[in-house]
Design a protein around this ligand. Sequence first.
Ligand code: SF4
Length: 225
Amino acid sequence: MESLIYHSIFTSIQGEGIFTGKLSLFLRLSGCNLNCSFCDTKYAVEIQYFKDWEKQPIDEIIKKITKLSDNKIKNLIITGGEPLLQIEGIKSLISILKNIFTTIEIETNGTISGKLLFENSVHFNVSVKLSNSGEKKDKRVIPKIIDEFNDYERTIFKFVVKDEKDVNEVIKLQSEFNIKHNKIYLMPMAETKPELEKTANNILKLALSNRFNFSDRLQLRYDIK
Ligand code: SF4
């Protein structure tokens, strides 16, 4: 039986992107192929936290998720770390869970193909990293993968930005890869509520002036998981 390595399964409100405010069930998978300076989920990324991770057969995970969702939660969010490192396991999981959830979102850094899941009506929140992540461009920007997600109907690109310089980098990437304008969301860089309050207004204005969408981070604003 296939297994998945995960950090946690929990219920909360989706705080970001197009499904903001939706009651959701989160599956946070472990491990990542990047190491961003601003990563706020290091506990699901760095090997020093390995002892807190679970490796479980998929049918066990499905049982846990089904019990917790109690047929009341209809949005499933598979996040990380970088979930697509375990894409084969996710495919098996979704083949069952798509009968329980009406929407399924996958959060990814956009460096690994998600094509295997495109037929499942899954929504992808693709957070391609900018130079503010501290990662080298050839590691964080993979042209073929960006093209794939850009062509897939249920994708948004959610860029973490802190100032106008970052927004200009988004504009450059958009023109380099012809990213569809209405797919782009600017999301303020922040790890705490005070940081969010400091940057969000400016990013909202930059989103408006550049005609981009804006994503808040409700989990920080309201101090929820
Ligand atoms: S891609 Fe996401 S999970 Fe991975 S290191 Fe960067 S911020 Fe953290």
